[in-house]
Design a protein around this ligand. Structure first.
Ligand code: ADP
Ligand code: MG
Length: 504
């Protein structure tokens, strides 16, 4: 299997008035655990339910209610950790992070500060230019989500929906190894891809099931290398954290504009203040939200309602044994097994359902031809057809596989295949049957093609004379023969025969 290489790309450089600057970015990604029930209650996690209909007493912070850990959520966090090649901690514990907010009735969030369930891991982030960066994961911890305050339903009142309160989140914390806006987006995309393969988070950013706090700082060229050598943060600039981003595009825009703000400040002799900021997409600016809290502001302490979480290595091993083939491995295999280009393999493995579809089309077929048909014809068609996903494809993988086999066997030409595809797609028909019933088989029988060539030559003596002077005009005869045979003549055979008959 191919090992996808880590080839450090150059960091993004932003020119300031006085100096060049580099970006340093670290992300805290909140991924909602794909699970039926909440982290500490049996209430449903269903999105879009009637407000306050999925709330257990413990979620509502009723006095005397006790949290009970949902084993399924723990398994999902372990699974995610294994997918990120991370250390799984057999001992972890829950802490209370105390703060007041109307959508947090407990008055604290249960999280894991001191002993997270997952330790160090890594992700390979591939960039558009063929380079790839290794981003280190610092930790993943489990925590509760808060509820939702609704301010736009009434001019005088705010409402609170507690359906999301207590839903399990995995907070995936990266090291500050991301060096530009595109890399940050690619990193989030890669995490999402891996978690979708694993089935641990649906990655739906619109619904807020995946969101990121983006930490940005600037440094002078060379400083980051000093940080890497020593792991001493003093070589890096002061960071600002941009909260709750749930769009790849906004993540990139926010980083860019925040970096420029910091550069302007520093070059003006001022200091970057460590704080939490919000990105305003309409104005394309970040604004201060609050000064940065430190851990001690939250009065963290171990939650006395919950025992430490102790899991067994055998259980972790079982989960490890059940992991699917992950994106990097699948991409490497598609390249080596089917001879695909790096680009095609990336496109086909971006989504696990697409990859499975492709493999079925390619089974026993020409892999490159199959990739070409899936990417160009099918994906192109699905996109035009209301941006359909592969699950809604009107043509099954088995049927597309038939078309690819028919081309490979030269039963139909690539051009006719497009017509067959169109019929199979729009009329829900079997390609082999279509070719048979509609008489679309390619004519490879030379005598039939020869007759057509003779006929065209006999009917166009003037053109024949011209073509003898200028061999380029032979193409006209080829076109006429193709027309006469309804596009079914084998083009190579037509070319040879036309040339021979014209004495070229
Ligand atoms: P906190 O919990 O206070 O937010 P952490 O130490 O957990 O602080 O770091 C949060 C995130 O900030 C991590 O993803 C980390 O990589 C990132 N980070 C830390 N220092 C910097 C820096 N100088 N520039 C950019 N990101 C940073
Ligand atoms: Mg943090």
């Amino acid at each position: 299997m191919l090992d996808l290489e880590y080839t450090a790309p150059a960091p993004k450089v932003i020119a300031g008035a006085k100096h060049d600057w580099e970006l340093v970015i670290g992300l805290e990604v909140h991924a909602q655990v794909a699970t039926q029930a909440k982290l500490f209650s049996g209430a449903s996690t269903l999105f879009g339910a009637e407000p306050n209909s999925n709330v257990a007493f413990v979620d509502a912070g009723m006095p005397g209610m006790l949290p009970v850990i949902n084993e399924g959520c723990v398994a999902q966090a372990v699974r995610t950790g294994l997918g990120l090649k991370a250390q799984i901690n057999l001992f972890s514990a829950f802490d209370r992070k105390n703060y007041f907010y109307p959508d947090l009735p407990q008055g604290y969030q249960i999280s894991q500060l001191y002993h997270p369930i997952v330790g160090e891991g890594e992700v390979l982030v591939e960039l558009g230019d063929g380079t790839a960066r290794r981003v280190r994961i610092e930790r993943i911890h489990l925590e509760q989500d808060a509820g939702k305050s609704i301010h736009d339903m009434d001019p005088n009142m705010s409402f609170v929906d507690l359906n999301r309160t207590g839903v399990a989140l995995m907070e995936i914390v990266s090291r500050p190894d991301i060096r530009g806006p595109e890399e940050a987006a690619a990193y989030v995309a890669k995490l999402r891809q891996i978690m979708r393969y694993l089935g641990t988070c649906d990655g739906n950013m619109q619904n807020g099931n995946l969101r990121a706090d983006v930490n940005v700082s600037i440094c002078r060229p060379g400083d980051y290398e000093k940080y890497q050598e020593t792991q001493n943060f003093s070589h890096l600039g002061t960071r600002c954290e941009i909260k709750n981003m749930n769009s790849m595009r906004f993540i990139q825009m926010a980083i860019e504009v925040e970096a420029r703000r910091q550069i302007a400040l520093v070059e003006d002799g001022k200091e970057v203040v460590q704080e939490t900021r919000l990105y305003d997409a309409d104005k394309n600016e970040t604004r201060s939200m609050r000064s940065k809290e430190e851990a001690h502001d939250y009065r963290y302490f171990p939650d006395p309602d919950l025992l430490p979480l102790e899991i067994e290595q055998a259980w972790v091993d079982d989960i490890a044994a059940s992991l699917p083939e992950l994106p990097d491995a699948k991409k490497g295999r598609f390249i080596s097994e089917f001879g695909l280009s790096d680009y095609d393999a990336s496109v086909l493995t971006a989504d696990v359902a697409n990859a499975a579809y492709f493999e079925e089309v390619a089974a026993g077929n020409d892999g490159k031809l199959a990739a070409n048909w899936v990417i160009n014809e099918l994906f192109g068609r699905l996109k035009k057809d209301g941006d359909k996903g592969i699950a809604d494809s009107p043509i099954s993988a088995a049927r597309l596989g038939q078309i690819v086999s028919l081309i490979k066997a030269e039963t139909i030409s690539g051009k006719i295949a497009k017509d067959v595809f169109d019929i199979a797609y729009t009329q829900d028909r079997d390609p082999e049957e279509v070719v048979e019933t509609e008489g679309m088989k390619q004519v490879t029988d030379t005598s039939a093609i020869e007759a057509a060539v003779d006929e065209i030559i006999a009917a166009n003596p003037a053109q024949v004379e011209k073509a003898k002077q200028n061999p380029k005009l032979a193409g006209w005869f080829v076109g006429q023969v193709m027309k006469a045979t309804g596009g079914k003549a084998n083009p190579a055979a037509v070319n040879t025969l036309v040339a021979a008959k014209l004495g070229l």
